[in-house]
Design a protein around this ligand. Structure first.
Ligand code: ADP
Ligand code: MG
Ligand code: MG
Length: 887
């Protein structure tokens, strides 16, 4: 008999923290907390395997599930001294989803399940608190109707708002038992009106309805979007947790809250959290009332006049501090905790590794290593390389003038400027037009995920540091200011009121997620630099990693930036970009459009000094480091004059007629330029181009070497080689130029000649190519195009559908296709080394900055990866993590 259900409670559990694949993150950690002897309400977890069974069998349950659930429910009742559905001794439960990876807000929880018209009276009697009982029942109807019966949450909110208005109160907590009874009557009538049948009264029916709803929520739109954005496979499934209720809404000695063992925004080693008295479940996160701080220190910092938990419930506070210390030490990581206090008694409802900003992640990792809780290797492995991206974003220049129009909480650091939009759909639409937007909402909900992704930053007028907007923005690495209470959003009028001024959609504001300020207009920003904890982690990473990290750069600005981010040379300098400048393009066009070698050489002679000075500048910046320069690669037609004006200009410079030029232009037309006359094919047709470039490179190396005293080692890279003889032919020209320059200058030049491996044929014939090639650089962009036979520029129209239909898991242009393209890389590396054991191997495609691809490069034993300047720190860290993983 398969085991679908795992129980926990009373200091024991059938599962452990390590069972997250089977029990989901929440279930596994509830089991673990129970085993640690912490106060956790008893419950059980239905496995992810049951969820997969459910989907594999037309949304039905395994036959033996019912029996196992009933038995487990009995067991909870025994521990709690109550029985499900028994008015004399009422057990209520929560039904909670929980996937392997935490998916915040993606699946909804139902609380107080088991209440009906009869049991609510029993609850009122038993607790001696009518108000509490009816509050719980109305919450249950509201949640159940929304999550299970699929009725719009707004319908119930409206009824509630009306009730508060008619009673002349502002807060939910001010409604009496009578008021709630009235609300419940209206809720039930609403359900019946909408569904044509009454709200379910049978606790068993309620339970199975909720279990089914959790399973089906795995396939709801929000969950699917979240999985897509976070690369979570559909096959993981979700678990369901059923747990005895404890109540934070039993009056003023009860409360509910959330906390982090360290500050998730700054990383500071101080307990940080929020709670609400007489509240339940998600009240804190939903921004219904403004939450209170947990510690007195945090209250003072925040300048809040609402008492801290430390003050109002000192006993429970003390117990909570002890437990949070214990959990952090046990998991050896910062924990995100959920708890409830029922009549002064503390109950733990969740723990998990807390999400944090990149800045906090660095500080926590460095400090935990300092505390001896983790090793430096672990510290390095704990940082998500992609998250460093947020630190590589600009911050507001401290010298800039700040016209502050509002102040909220510094919910997610970094600054962003953009046009105001009030809806996520608008955010997405403007983003596709290439505009930068700030999403402004009263509060956000999971329906806003797409808008938050599209926005540069998020601004809300309600909600705390643990509100949906704050949590999700931190996860995305987007600046966010939350709870900016002095601002007023009017969706209907489409404007934002701030300091007596009206901002409309399209008006530009800047938000500073590090201070909580909202500023008028665009504000000057500072470029990021590596210092403090970031620098420490980078230092540790550099000590751990084996692979070198270079950059793809052709401009001095990029090269300098990359150096400041720790690049150890250039892995790809694309020379064609150097020809697009206004003053060069005419000479370039002359060269292309010449019919004779003589004319071509004349045009090339004009380009030579320009190329030489470009290279010399790069070589000075990269003094002492290797620089790989790729010979001209793109099809010539990219440089052709297009407008009449451009044609006339070139015709004049070449002293030929415009007609003749047009003819020549047409003759260069290609049906499929990606596979046309480009790469080394150009050098074969017109060796003088390669010769000019080689001369510029070597002369620049001599010049820069004299100036800096530490010459670069130029690595001349021949693109798009498929046949070894192509390389032989071009290399002979390069070597000859080198000999000449060495002789002319009387200076020795260390240089290498190698090739890009970007065609499957080159990978397969790598052992022959390696006879001439002193290095291979895997050009995985083209190698992916030519291996799949997919043109990258045309892929977007169908690749997304491939992903959605599960035909491919990831865009192969973003993360290397390890099985296919990667196999060619393996083959080429092996064959290349066979011929030339010391051959230098690197990667220079977009993948050189992708952590998963970098891991693969480490496995194959490449010497370096090369990526765009902003990704250099990410690559340094990812290379270190790959080295740790390989061991
Ligand atoms: P999420 O995954 O969205 O965090 P949870 O399953 O953790 O959802 O439930 C949300 C909140 O509901 C919890 O933080 C807790 O406050 C409340 N809750 C869940 N189960 C119980 C329970 N058995 N007793 C009291 N409160 C509960
Ligand atoms: Mg939770
Ligand atoms: Mg290429």
């Amino acid at each position: 008999m398969a085991k679908w259900v795992y129980g926990f409670g009373d200091g024991k559990a059938e599962g452990r923290a390590g069972d997250r694949n089977l029990l989901g993150g929440k279930g596994a950690n509830l089991a673990e907390m129970c085993s640690l002897g912490l106060p956790v309400p008893p419950g059980f977890t239905i496995t992810t395997e049951a969820c997969n069974w459910y989907y594999a069998n037309g949304n039905t349950y395994p036959a033996d599930l019912t029996e196992q659930v009933l038995a487990a429910l009995e067991e909870i009742g025994k521990i709690a001294g109550k029985r499900f559905g028994d008015p004399a001794n009422l057990l209520l439960v929560s039904v909670r989803s929980g996937a392997r990876a935490s998916m915040p807000g993606m699946m909804d929880t139902v609380l107080n399940l088991g209440l009906n018209d009869g049991t609510v009276e029993a609850l009122a009697r038993e607790s001696g608190d009518e108000r509490f009982a009816y509050d719980s029942y109305r919450r249950f109807i509201q949640m159940y109707s929304n999550v299970v019966l699929d009725l719009d949450h707004e319908m119930f909110e409206e009824i509630l708002e009306d009730e508060k208005a008619s009673r002349g109160v502002e807060l939910d907590t001010e409604l009496s038992a009578k008021d709630w009874q009235h609300v419940i009557g209206l809720y039930k009538a609403k359900v019946e009106e909408e569904l044509g049948k009454p709200f379910p009264q049978d606790p068993q029916e309620q339970l199975w309805g909720a279990i089914g709803a959790v399973f089906s929520s795995w396939m709801n739109h929000r969950a699917i979007t979240y999985r897509r954005l976070h690369d979570i496979p559909e096959s993981w499934g979700t678990a369901v947790n059923v747990q005895a209720m404890v109540f934070g809404n039993m009056g003023d000695t009860s409360a509910t809250g959330v906390a982090f063992t360290r500050n998730p925004s700054t990383g500071e080693n101080k307990l940080y959290g929020e709670f609400l008295v007489n509240a339940q479940g998600e009240d804190v996160v939903a921004g219904i009332r403004t939450p209170q701080n947990i510690t007195e220190a945090a209250r003072l910092d925040a300048g809040s006049d609402k008492p801290s938990l430390e003050k109002v419930m000192p006993e429970a506070f003390k117990a909570f501090v002890e437990i949070s210390d214990k959990l952090e030490k046990h998991y050896r990581d910062m924990q995100d905790l959920e708890f409830t206090i029922e009549r002064g008694k503390l109950w733990m409802l969740q723990t998990r590794s807390g999400k944090r900003t990149a800045k906090a992640a660095l500080r926590i990792a460095v400090e935990m290593a300092g505390e001896g809780l983790i090793t430096q290797e672990e510290a390095v492995s704990r940082i998500d390389p992609a998250s460093l991206d947020q630190l590589l974003h600009p911050t507001i220049d401290p010298k800039a003038e700040r016209k502050v129009i509002g102040l909220g909480l510094p919910a997610s650091p970094g600054a962003a400027t953009g046009e105001i939009v009030f809806s996520s759909d608008d955010a997405e639409e403007l983003k596709t037009q290439g505009r930068k937007v700030i999403l402004v909402r009263v509060e956000t909900s999971p329906e806003d995920i797409h808008g938050m992704h599209a926005a540069e930053g998020i601004l809300t007028t309600r909600g705390g540091m643990t509100s949906h907007a704050a949590v999700v923005a931190r996860g995305m690495g987007k600046p966010c200011v939350s709870g900016a209470g002095t601002l007023r959003v009017d969706y209907r009028a489409g404007h934002l009121l701030a300091m007596g001024r009206t901002f409309k959609k399209g008006d530009v504001v800047t938000i500073d997620g590090s201070t909580g300020q909202v500023l008028d207009g665009a504000v000057p920003m500072l470029q990021p630099e590596l210092s403090g904890d970031f620098a420490s982690i980078m230092e540790w990473a550099d000590r751990i990693r084996r692979m070198k990290v270079r950059t793809n750069a052709e401009t001095p600005a990029d090269a300098r930036m990359a150096r400041s981010f720790g690049a150890e040379g250039i892995g790809l300098c694309r020379t064609e970009h150097m020809f697009f400048d206004d003053d060069r393009i005419v000479a370039m066009r002359e060269m292309i459009l010449s019919d004779t070698e003589k004319d071509r050489r004349a045009a090339l002679a004009k380009l030579l000094p320009m190329q030489r000075s470009d290279f010399a500048e790069l070589f000075e910046i990269m003094a002492g480091l290797p620089v790989t320069i790729r010979l001209l690669d793109p099809p010539l037609h990219e440089f052709l004059p297009k407008t009449e004006e451009e044609i006339a200009e070139v015709a004049k410079a070449m002293n030929v007629s415009a007609d003749k030029l047009r003819q020549r232009t047409e003759s260069l037309h290609e049906f499929n330029p990606m596979l046309g006359h480009r790469g080394c094919r150009l050098a074969v047709s017109y060796p003088e181009i390669a010769e000019m470039q080689a001369r510029a490179i070597f002369e620049a190396a001599v010049e820069a070497g004299k100036k800096t005293g530490s010459p670069v080692v130029p690595e001349v890279m021949v693109p798009l080689v498929g046949v070894a003889k192509e390389l032989d032919f071009v290399k002979a020209r390069i070597d000859e130029v080198a000999r000449n320059v060495i002789e002319e200058s009387g200076t020795k030049i260390d240089y290498l000649v190698g090739t890009m491996i970007e065609l499957p044929r080159a990978a397969i014939r790598a052992h022959v190519i390696a006879e001439a090639a002193e290095f291979f650089s895997f050009g995985t962009n083209d190698l992916t195009q030519t291996t799949f036979g997919i043109s990258r520029d045309d892929a977007s129209s169908f690749l997304e559908a491939y992903r959605q239909k599960g035909i491919i898991e990831q865009d192969p242009f973003v993360s290397l296709d390890i099985e296919g393209v990667g196999e060619l890389v393996r083959i080429a590396a092996k064959k290349g080394r066979h011929t030339r054991p010391e051959i230098k191997l690197g990667i220079c495609g977009e993948h050189g900055g992708d952590p998963a691809s970098i891991r693969f490069c480490e496995e194959v034993g490449l010497d370096y990866v090369s990526c765009s300047p902003f990704r250099v720190p990410i690559a340094r860290l990812a290379a270190a993590q790959a080295a740790v993983k390989k061991g």
